[in-house]
Ligand binder design. Sequence first.
Ligand code: HPA
Length: 278
Amino acid sequence: MGQFITLAEIDATVQAVRERIASHPKIGIILGSGLGPLADTVQNPTIIPYDELPNWPISTVIGHSGRLVVGELEGQDVFVMQGRTHYYEGYGMDRVTLPIRVMQRLGIEVLIVTNAAGAVRPDFEPGDLMLLTDHINLLGMAGANPLRGPNLEEFGPRFPDMSRVYDAELIALAHKSAQAAGIKLHQGIYICLAGPSFETPADLRFLQAIGVDAVGMSTVPEVTVARHGGMRVLGVSGISNKANLDGSTITTHEEVLAAGQVMVPKLVNLLHGVLQAL
Ligand code: HPA
């Protein structure tokens, strides 16, 4: 593999997926830390472990199963990633986002991306859900943009617009679905940091000062590539912990996974509502 992933490498992965699935899903879903059980609600699933696909980045983190679950949800063909990889695992940004390129070549048009996040907003509680209305691409600003390297013209332009990343119609559908299911749904700004260390109290006060509502270690790279390729995107954070703004508590991965269990049923209801309406 060269310095950056090429179209030929992407298409080798696409070919391997096509050999295993007969459907042509238009909807891709990425399940974040502790949110994997949503994949168990997929009907007639074809399951493909990531290590059976060439070039696919392998999840190394507990709480990320590392398999594709392709089947139906609410009558829609879906392509679900049960687990993802993160920049902190050591992959380049182009490898972290290869699954998005594969989805695009498979004809997927809508990306629903979920993550576990820490609440920077003091009024968010563990177990709450937050829709992303925008994000801060801090890693990208610092040079780690997944679109760095030769532009893949087949997908999109060298300088893609990022003024409307999260699709207004999908946001409206999600609010409608949440209301119908009686689920409290916040909305706000997400930031992706590299991790894997959690934030210091000073980091968190910085994030608060620049307008962040929730902080995590994923999503922004995938969404940047999704928008480059013209996908419509819905982003949902599951709030797994309060930010430790004053240094009085600690944050653990176990806490993140435990909150996932509370959020899964809500997320299932929310997304099923969105899929019904799509
Ligand atoms: N910080 C960063 N990433 C996270 C957090 C957090 O507090 N919680 C879950 N993912």
